[in-house]
Design a protein around this ligand. Structure first.
Ligand code: BG6
Length: 512
């Protein structure tokens, strides 16, 4: 029997019982819908997790009949579905997909959408919940919110909810994020606003809280007495493929990945135990971490603690790559970073003096995201330290790929002499559970349909993260003296200045 007094017991209970729902995707002909959203919904259908009488409506500007839209989505599902593509299953799932043509600013299109949704409810014999997914370019968010309000679609049918899911980027600085938040809040309550950060939907990111708070052996050591430093690395072996240069050049590594995904990972590692698993209990603790980040202000502090860089021509996986400034749709004089490394401090009792190093880069040697926790050495070591190879204990959480956790510890090497060597205890999702983890979007879509906002960013989380990021962006782009833009060849592990950032503290980045 679950212990209902214990808030964590909720983990043992099936949390997802979504009621019948219609999902409306704005920007339905775009890449996200084809590569992520429809394959995620299809895989939920394969697992029998979709709510009953489910419907999805694609809202976009181009004119096309339902069957053409379905056929296009089927083609991309074949390429992108995690669990393959079953023609029979698709043909029944495909029937739930509809297309609705309208300009984003045309209120008539929203009124006819309402008529369509009402007709679905009539077929079902009862109103269903409604989820509006903003997968369009962010410049249309204002219009869409306004028209949803004008057409009354934000009010929900009967006693059913109407919710909005906002894709990233959620603003490009504090001001634009606040504006967006204002616009959204005029149409939907905060409790019905779901800001996607797909890193939170990753199985391994969800496991961080379980690792920390369901195992007694880690938490007593999880503080500045025992932890020397923490590294979070996100390395990507791609550049500006698929025409991304246009967007990316207005964002850069700090805005594109650090403000959202990597700060979310940082929060999960550094947060205090929440008092329960409600969305607000968890997010209250996460936002405290972001608020406690020591701010870097002005060119000097930023230069000392944050390294920015662009890739120059090189080769990744044996393939020649052009430099960042030569990429399609990138300004040849661009001042946007494709790599960033930061030294951060979380100024709380628990983390006093423990540096958190974060690095993210495009065109690095491989795709990998991991968090490594590096423990201090024992206070007194009875072995000759030169036999230790300089390694202390570490705990590595592999977010992707090869999801898992490994623990590094020193062991005696077999033989007559007392030589110590670092060995690994390894947990791999693939071998322990024998099945692939769901894609992040599967979990997040299901959560949004069933009303669980725990894995979505709250307004104050987003705004506090921007407050921190804005100071760095300001130092980088102000009129006066600016911290340098460093360089690294594509296919290398980043600029030498990022290595020096750690060397200055007597440390080095973990080799991936
Ligand atoms: C997106 C960024 O949010 O996340 C991309 O805009 C980045 O630039 C991507 O490549 C990384 O996601 P994942 O799941 O592949 O690590």
């Amino acid at each position: 029997m679950p212990d209902l007094e214990n808030p964590f017991q909720e983990t043992l209970i099936q949390r997802h019982r979504a009621e019948s729902c219609t999902v409306v995707i704005f920007g339905a002909t775009g890449d996200l819908t084809h590569r992520k959203l429809i394959p995620a919904l299809y895989n939920l259908a394969v697992d029998g997790d979709l709510p009953p009488q489910f419907k999805v409506v694609g809202f976009a500007r181009r004119d096309k009949p339902d069957d053409v839209f379905r056929a296009e989505l089927e083609e991309s599902n074949k390429k992108n579905s995690r669990q393959g593509h079953d023609a029979a299953l698709w043909s029944s799932f495909g029937q739930s997909i509809h297309y609705h043509q309208s300009e984003f600013q045309d209120v008539e299109g929203y009124k006819s959408l309402k008529t369509l949704l009402d007709s679905f409810d009539k077929e079902r014999g009862a109103p269903a919940n409604r989820l509006f997914y903003l997968a369009s370019a962010p410049e249309f968010f204002d219009q869409i919110m306004l028209k949803l309000r004008e057409s009354g679609l934000n009010e929900g049918a009967g006693d059913k909810f109407s919710r909005v899911v906002c894709e990233k980027p959620f603003g490009k600085d504090l001001k634009t994020a606040q504006h967006l938040n204002e616009v959204v809040s005029q149409t939907f309550h905060e409790k019905d606003t779901y800001r996607i950060d797909h890193y939170l939907g990753k199985e391994t990111a969800q496991n961080i809280m379980v690792l920390r708070f369901a195992n007694l052996m880690f938490e007593p050591l999880w503080n500045s007495r025992y932890i020397d430093h923490v590294e979070i690395t996100c390395s990507e072996n791609l550049g500006m493929e698929g025409g991304r240069g246009g967007y990316y050049d207005t964002a850069g590594a700090l805005r594109d990945m650090v403000q959202n995904h990597l700060f979310q990972l940082l929060s999960l590692v550094a947060m205090e135990p929440p008092t329960g698993l409600s969305a607000d209990a968890v997010r209250d603790e996460k936002v405290k971490v972001i608020r406690s980040l020591r701010r870097w202000r002005g060119a000097k502090e930023v230069a000392e603690n944050v390294i920015r860089a662009q890739y120059t021509a090189g080769s990744v996986d044996g393939v020649d790559r052009v430099g960042y400034r030569q990429e399609d749709r990138v300004n040849p004089q661009s001042n946007t970073e494709s790599y960033v490394a930061l030294r951060l401090y979380v100024d709380t009792w628990r983390w006093q003096g423990v540096p958190f190093y974060i690095r993210m880069g495009k065109q690095l040697p491989k795709k990998a995201t991991e968090i490594s926790i590096h423990f201090k050495n024992p206070p007194q070591i009875p072995f000759a330290t030169e036999t230790m190879n300089g390694t202390s204990n570490s705990l590595v959480i592999r977010i992707q790929p090869d999801e898992g956790i490994s623990m590094g510890m020193l062991s005696k090497t077999p033989g007559q002499s007392l030589l110590l060597q670092s060995v690994k205890m390894d947990f791999r999702y693939s071998s322990s559970f024998g099945k692939a983890s769901p894609e992040a979007y599967e979990r997040l879509l299901l959560d949004a349909m069933s009303g669980d906002a725990t894995l979505f960013a709250r307004r104050d989380e987003v705004e506090n993260a921007w407050t921190f990021i804005d100071e760095i962006e300001h130092a980088w782009h102000n009129e006066g003296e600016q911290p340098p833009m460093c360089e690294y060849p594509a296919g290398s592990w980043g600029p030498k200045e990022a290595d020096e950032l750690l060397h200055a503290d007597g440390r080095a980045w973990r080799r991936l």
